[in-house]
Design a binder for this molecule. Structure first.
Ligand code: ZN
Length: 280
């Protein structure tokens, strides 16, 4: 790939890989190229026998400001999460194929990495930012971290990986989606969405210590534990719900396309910028 690398891999200690979102000047806004570079890095760490635990972290003040809506909606190489049919169809048909592959498909693929994963979140995680955090096994937040899904402003239900109800419970999920306002790190911990809240200066070392403790255990036991938790979620209907919610999400895109000629409500980005972002 001739594109500059937007992802960095580090090996901070034995058995631990640290994969870093490295586009801080754009607050780690995700282009499709960046998502596939992330997938490459996660695949490489997954297939590296020396790696037992993967940390996902981010450079800069914010974990991720979400999908880069100024970029193209095209898969930059061969599809990896789906068979990819109709990606070039254009209109609602092509966009649905794109989101099945590059959004829902990649997030589900990462949820199922057969090794423990730990996310380190500082600053803001907005919309698509949640689609990198929620598929990870353990989330550690800095005290300043906030989590928001404001995309009802764009005329859709929520982000394309719709696990909100599992992450924060259905009452808070409704409020989060209806207002678009952020959840603070302490609230996210109280809701069970994050495992730990630590000072920003300790975020990296805390995650590494936790990863090292986990990496001391047998890899196959860890894998079986992870798969059992994931299957518990699927037994509750999570995998079926994800597909159902993506269908409704793309109904929203199709309605915007019919009404406005674009996939999102054109007034949405300005509405999101006006949404209160300070902790309540
Ligand atoms: Zn979408």
């Amino acid at each position: 790939m001739s594109e500059p690398s937007l992802i960095r891999r580090e090996n901070p200690s034995e058995g631990v890989a640290r994969i870093v979102l490295a586009r801080p000047e754009r607050r780690n806004a995700q282009t499709p190229t960046m998502l596939y570079q992330l997938d490459d890095a996660l695949s490489e760490a997954t297939n590296d026998a020396q790696v037992k635990v993967i940390i996902l972290a981010a450079d800069g003040p914010d974990f991720s400001s979400g999908h880069d809506l100024g970029d193209v909606f095209t898969v930059p190489g061969p599809p990896v999460a789906t068979m990819g049919g109709h990606l070039d169809a254009g209109g609602a048909e092509g966009h649905y194929a794109f989101e099945c592959e590059a959004y829902l498909g990649l997030s589900r693929r990462w949820r199922d990495i057969p090794k423990p994963t730990i996310a380190a979140a500082q600053g803001r995680s907005i919309a698509g930012g949640l689609m990198l955090l929620w598929p990870m096994d353990i989330i550690v937040a800095s005290e300043d971290a906030t989590f928001a899904d404001p995309v009802t402003a764009l005329g859709v239900n929520g982000v394309e990986y719709f696990t909100h109800v599992w992450e924060v419970g259905h009452r808070r999920a409704r409020e989060m989606l209806f207002t678009g306002e952020p959840i603070t790190a302490p609230d996210a911990k109280a809701l069970g969405m994050v495992n730990h809240v630590v000072p920003l200066a300790e975020l990296e070392s805390f995650c590494l210590t936790l990863a090292t403790r986990i990496a001391a255990r047998p890899a196959f036991g860890l894998r079986l534990a992870k798969e059992s938790v994931n299957r518990s979620l699927d037994a509750q209907g999570q995998s079926v719900l994800l597909e159902s919610a993506l269908s409704l999400h793309n109904l929203g895109h199709a309605a915007s396309l019919a009404r406005h000629g674009v996939f999102i409500d054109p007034d949405g980005p300005a509405m999101i910028r006006k949404t209160p972002t300070s902790p309540r």
